[in-house]
Design a protein around this ligand. Structure first.
Ligand SMILES: C[S@@+](CC[C@H](N)C(=O)[O-])C[C@H]1O[C@@H](n2cnc3c(N)ncnc32)[C@H](O)[C@@H]1O
Length: 274
């Protein structure tokens, strides 16, 4: 059983927005590599506040359509408000472990969702019937294995360690990015491909400290209740500045989690053969 541990308070919605800005270009590259393009009808599972759906909408263009699905009403409400005016995007509330696919799609996509699922293959199998034969399943998620600082900075390592332990305690898998191809093979997809993108942020960039302090803030209550750390030790209000100072002093590059993608086709005729 997995519990989605990041919540949807104001700070978490801001964190999602900042995270999305950082990974927007890698996401575009990975979606394009997977074969997302003009005219496609796409279902975005675990769409959050709509950032992944907006990139998909840009790629499918006005002749395509994107439907975003999320089980958190606050996410859906925020996504609808943010995308008001975008004619080719809509949002639906529903749980990906049971909500129906509602029609046929050229692609079923998710970004930063499967990490949190107890059985990602079961969820993708559930939506396979909503993908047309020859259509795509595209999954983007993190592999935190290489995340940290170069050279190593103890505070950065400690915080990434706490984040990984807290996610694991909720049944999530922070290194799932490295297993996406295996999951797609298990689902029965064909023509499986994969690509991953890592970024290196310079010592004076505020982006890394913002990213790490933000995710620690969203998980802090759970970290403390698990007994991994005390609130005083975490001191979330000063964490961003302490991380930034430690990286600057060490002249260290911040290495965020790798954004990995895998894609594959539902067995059946490819479009030009139909
Ligand atoms: C980390 S956010 C990613 C949001 C967005 N895809 C992005 O890349 O910015 C994960 C989202 O998955 C949603 N989620 C988690 N478990 C879910 C489930 N069982 N059914 C539907 N949505 C779920 C959460 O509510 C959250 O909005």
């Amino acid at each position: 059983m997995t519990t989605y541990s990041l919540g949807s308070d104001d700070a978490e919605l801001t964190r999602l927005e900042q995270q999305s800005a950082r990974i927007a270009e890698p996401t575009r590259i990975l979606f394009r590599a997977a074969g997302i393009g003009p005219g496609m009808r796409v279902l975005d599972l675990g769409t959050g506040i709509g950032d992944s759906a907006v990139i998909l909408a840009e790629l499918v263009g006005p002749s395509g359509e994107v439907v975003g699905l999320d089980n958190d009403p606050r996410m859906v409400e925020t996504a609808r408000a943010r995308c008001d005016g975008l004619a080719n995007v809509s949002f639906v509330e529903g749980d990906v472990t049971r909500a129906p696919g509602d029609g046929e799609y050229d692609a079923v996509v998710s970004r930063l969702l499967v990490l949190h699922l107890a059985d990602p293959a079961a969820v993708l199998r559930h939506y396979l019937g909503s993908v047309r034969p020859g259509g795509l399943v595209v999954t983007l998620d993190y592999d935190t294995r290489a995340a940290g600082a170069e050279p190593a900075v103890p505070l950065v390592s400690e915080m990434f360690g706490l984040v990984a332990a807290t996610l694991r305690s909720a049944g999530a898998d922070p290194t799932i990015g490295s297993r996406l191809q295996a999951i797609h093979a298990d689902v029965g997809l064909e023509d499986i491909g994969a690509l991953a993108i890592t970024q290196y942020l310079p010592p004076d960039s505020p982006v890394g400290p913002g990213l790490l302090a933000g995710v620690v803030r969203s998980l802090a209550t759970r970290m403390v209740s698990l007994g991994l750390v005390t609130a005083d030790q975490l001191d979330v209000d000063t964490l961003h500045d302490r991380l930034a100072a430690a990286l600057r002093e060490a002249g260290a590059f911040f290495v965020p989690p790798t954004l990995a993608a895998s894609w594959g086709r539902r067995p059946g005729p490819v479009p030009h053969e139909r």
